[in-house]
Design a protein around this ligand. Structure first.
Ligand SMILES: [Cu+2]
Length: 132
């Protein structure tokens, strides 16, 4: 008798589980939609460096730039080759560059000083940023 009761209880549990509504996430009601594809979005605050890697040539090179402490620094890369973007800050940052346009890498520097931004595959210094 008790065994039958247990079985019934188990079936009831299963049924309850299967019939529970699966619509926990209704389609978005939020109005905030970050435009990921926007080529015309306003530039973010801070320093933006546009970099092009094409046929083994990097543009620009050896730029002398300035940035503030903890200011967002964005490096936008348009590349036809994979590379490694290396930021010689403390702590350092390393970003993988892929083939493609509009790759965006952001960091900030919390220690004053000169920060070299390099591409390691092409052995190029894009910029030296004086952070203060
Ligand atoms: Cu490096």
């Amino acid at each position: 008798m008790t065994r039958l009761l247990t079985l019934v209880a188990g079936v009831a549990l299963l049924a309850g589980c299967a019939s529970s509504p699966d619509s926990a996430t209704p389609p978005s009601s939020s109005s905030e939609s970050p435009a990921a594809s926007g080529a015309h979005q306003p530039p973010p605050e801070g320093l933006v460096i546009d970099v092009t890697i094409k046929d083994g040539t990097v543009t620009p090179t050896n730029e002398q730039l300035r940035a503030g402490l903890d200011e967002p620094i964005v490096i936008r890369v348009d590349s036809d080759a994979a590379d490694e973007l290396h930021v010689h800050s403390s702590p350092e940052h390393s970003f993988p560059v892929a083939v493609g346009p509009a790759q965006s890498f952001e960091f900030s520097v919390a220690v004053p000083g000169r920060v070299d931004v390099e591409l390691h595959e092409t052995h190029t210094t894009i910029a030296t940023i004086q952070v203060q």
